[in-house]
Ligand binder design. Structure first.
Ligand code: GDP
Ligand code: ZN
Length: 330
């Protein structure tokens, strides 16, 4: 497998793409590239990296930010991409439907991702746990680890730094399931050194709606970073499902970040309804143990092992309701 550390001279990592142009980082060189003609897709669905099950028309750009590519130089700092190396993984969402009757398609946000970092405010705005569950299910389905970041911590602490009970409970619940939860404040700096450690030498995709404090957090991690990312997001279009401009930013302390701007909706991509329970790690062990076996939807069937586990306190009712909500509205 190709990693950033064992690239040959003619290989690099795509760190920026703007409709048809790609910027490749190769060592300390930055090379502006176009696509070699044999890589340009012939039309919708012609991409090499189609959906996991290949049912829907795939997006047409064969290159994502984070891809490792081979290039041929035409000038000192420009050239063309001639090969895309196999991806270790990719992170995608379902596109908005551009017009009635059109198909939604897969939008690859980044390739070769080390972790997904959903950012939520502890307060103002109130954390939207169902939205977090949506991100978690998506990350699980792509097999990518998650690092949950709860910011504005200062807003939910009293003078003795005791945490608001409701937040503390939710955080404990996610930790029990196995998700790492970082509690930080851009205002006081609390938790930032731990967050830096967790981001160190990793490629992280940040997710979060505007207002949660992402810009402040990124600026606190590295001066100016939030502002640079916002410039990109303004071109990309806040809340719109466009990925014409995506960029990966290097962290001074080692590692890189891709941000996805103001995701208002985040559609699950390519997760079959019957598989949803598999992407809730605490529900997964019960899936298949119901009276109706794998045919149980865990909604109202008799002898449902999942609902029994909810009643027995082994699965939190809140996460179970999230499951039902995602089942009804993927
Ligand atoms: P973004 O839209 O997610 O990039 O959010 P911003 O970083 O612009 O922050 C939104 C609002 O929350 C601003 O008024 C910030 O001053 C405030 N804010 C951001 N981080 C913190 C924090 O850690 N603590 C507190 N109390 N306020 C914060
Ligand atoms: Zn069941």
């Amino acid at each position: 497998m190709c990693t950033k550390n064992n690239l040959s001279n003619d290989q690099g990592v795509v760190y920026k793409k703007v409709s048809g142009s790609y910027w490749v980082q190769a060592g300390d060189r930055e090379i502006a590239c176009t696509l070699s003609s044999h890589l340009i897709p012939a039309g919708p669905g012609a991409t090499k990296h189609s959906s996991r099950r290949g049912q829907a028309p795939a997006h047409t750009d064969p290159i994502a930010v984070g891809d490792i590519v081979r290039f041929s130089l035409e000038r000192e700092d420009s050239g063309s991409i001639i090969e895309v190396m196999p991806r270790r993984n990719q992170f995608a969402r379902r596109s908005a439907v551009p017009m009635p009757g059109a198909h939604a398609f897969e939008q690859v946000i980044a390739a070769n991702v080390d972790q997904i970092v959903p950012v939520f405010a502890a307060a103002s705005p109130e954390p939207h746990w169902n939205m977090l569950d949506r991100y978690l299910v998506t990350a699980e389905s792509f097999g990518i680890p998650v690092l949950v970041c709860v910011t504005k911590l200062d807003l939910v602490q009293d003078s003795e730094k005791r945490l608001d009970e409701e937040i503390a409970e939710a955080v404990a619940e996610y930790r029990r399931i196995g998700y790492p939860m970082m509690l930080v404040s851009a205002l006081t700096g609390e938790g930032l050194s731990d967050l830096r450690l967790a981001l160190h030498q990793r490629m992280s995709v940040f997710l979060g709606k505007s207002g949660v404090g992402k810009t402040s957090l990124l600026n606190a991690l590295q001066p100016g970073l939030g502002l640079r990312i916002n410039e990109v997001n303004q071109i990309t279009g806040r809340g719109k499902h466009t990925t014409t401009h995506l960029e990966m930013f290097n962290l001074d302390f080692g590692g890189a970040i891709v941000d996805t701007p103001g995701v208002r909706e985040f559609g699950l991509w390519d997760i079959h309804e019957d598989d949803l329970a598999l992407f809730f790690p605490e529900i997964r062990p019960y899936h298949g143990r119901c009276k109706f076996g794998l045919g149980c939807r865990h909604i109202e069937e008799p002898g449902c092992a999942v609902r029994k586990a909810v009643s027995a306190g082994q699965i939190s009712p809140r996460r179970y309701f999230s499951y039902l909500k995602l089942k009804a509205n993927p």
